[in-house]
Ligand binder design. Structure first.
Ligand SMILES: NC(=O)C1=CN([C@@H]2O[C@H](COP(=O)(O)OP(=O)(O)OC[C@H]3O[C@@H](n4cnc5c(N)ncnc54)[C@H](O)[C@@H]3O)[C@@H](O)[C@H]2O)C=CC1
Ligand SMILES: O=C(O)C(=O)Cc1ccc(O)cc1
Length: 357
């Protein structure tokens, strides 16, 4: 009953009102919180008690724990037609372990909603977390097609784009676009911390763009430890490529090779600029709205006050530039494009000029 389990529970409940959702968590506080926030209808006192009654079982725990939960399910008398899925960020080891369920005729379908947050816990759950995100399913060749269709139907309300991949393909792709970037984000933070020892100004200067590119370094260390350990093979290969690449860049700089440095950035820009902007990837983007604001005391509370009146919630706020006598730019971030559109209408209606980058 953490971030992902909670978000799926909320979403499924929104889609199928009559669905009865039973929650279990090793941490009693989390599951109690889930019940009091009406994310679930019922608390189960054990995995066994809940699993026996279930038509669908969603395992939403850290990946090393997911392996153990799958093993635990093997010895529980489950309903014959139950569908078991998980949401882990890695797939090979979990799916491999689940062959013990498949060999008993239990339908297991690996799953990974490729969107989330650096926050953990049920309080950060959101019913629309997976909207426009990719949602990978990794059924085994022994999984029945009808079971995959039933799971897709259960997840339809997430409005995610569901695709089917093999566990190996999944782990490689997730390694490139999610797991390896987390390592790099953490390493940049370590580098800043190292230089901070010689110059305390590092923290002050790191407040801007540095925070953006390292946001994911604030994610759960335990969750990411487990992901790296599960995806060892794919990540080790990526390290080889990355280290070569860094050596090349280093050598371009050392040799003052302006042409190659330009090409390095220009090729990266070209590829990045053609990435889809409207769909969510594994590292979610935020929907930003820029607002021109005059520089006077209380301007931020004025703008946020108008949004609060219309119940539009902001996920982040930053003043990008403000000097005396000129307009500053306020960057407001929203969880969904819909919230951003509402905010645009709200603020323009009150005379502000807004723009979307
Ligand atoms: N955080 C994210 O953005 C995303 C995470 N995932 C995957 O989803 C899974 C869950 O992640 P989050 O929801 O973010 O973590 P979370 O920390 O918010 O929730 C995990 C929950 O699992 C519980 N738990 C741990 N071991 C357990 C066990 N043996 N039995 C019962 N409950 C247990 C914890 O007490 C916690 O409440 C992980 O496998 C992660 O790789 C997938 C997509 C995005
Ligand atoms: O916070 C972020 O940007 C994330 O990286 C979220 C995330 C975490 C784990 C996943 O498997 C997929 C997405």
């Amino acid at each position: 009953m953490g971030l992902i389990g909670g978000s799926l529970a909320l979403n499924i409940k929104n889609t199928y009102e009559s669905m009865h959702i039973i929650g279990y968590d090793i941490n009693e506080e989390q599951v109690k919180l889930a019940k009091s926030l009406t994310v679930i209808d019922e608390i189960s006192s054990s995995i066994e008690a809940g699993a026996k009654k279930a038509d669908f079982i969603v395992i939403a725990v850290p990946v090393t724990q997911a392996v153990q939960v799958v093993q635990r399910l093997e010895s529980i008398p489950l309903k014959k037609e139950v569908i078991v899925t998980d949401v882990g960020s890695t797939k090979e080891q979990i799916v491999q372990t689940a062959s013990c369920l498949l060999s008993k005729g239990i339908q297991f379908i690996g799953g990974h909603p490729m969107a989330g947050s650096h926050k953990s816990g049920v309080t950060a759950s959101k019913a629309h977390l997976f909207e426009n995100a990719m949602y990978v399913l990794t059924p085994s060749p022994h999984t029945e097609k009808e079971a995959v269709n039933r799971l897709k139907k259960l997840l339809a309300g997430t409005k995610a784009n569901i695709i089917v991949l093999s566990p190996k393909e999944h782990d490689k792709l997730a390694g490139v676009i999610s797991h390896f970037p987390h390592i790099i984000a953490a390493s940049l933070v370590h580098q800043a911390e190292h230089y901070q020892q010689g110059n305390p100004l590092v923290s002050k200067l790191a407040a801007g763009g540095f925070r953006d590119i390292t946001r994911i370094a604030s994610s759960s260390p335990a969750m990411w430890r487990d992901i790296l350990l599960h995806n060892q093979d794919a990540l080790l290969q990526m390290f080889d490529y990355w280290l070569d690449e860094m050596h090349n860049v280093r050598s371009m700089i050392e040799k003052r090779n302006a042409e190659n440095i330009y090409a390095y950035f220009s090729q990266a820009k070209e590829f990045r600029d053609q990435l889809p902007v409207r769909s969510k990837g594994a590292i979610p983007s935020f929907y930003d709205l820029y607002v021109d604001v005059p520089d006077y005391l209380g301007i931020i509370s004025e703008v946020t006050g108008y949004l609060a009146e219309e119940e539009i919630s902001i996920t982040n706020i930053r003043i990008l530039e403000t000097r005396v006598d000129i307009y500053g730019v306020l960057r407001l971030s929203f969880q969904t494009d819909e919230d951003r559109k509402k905010a645009k209408v709200c603020l323009e209606g009150r005379g502000y000029q807004t723009f979307i980058s």
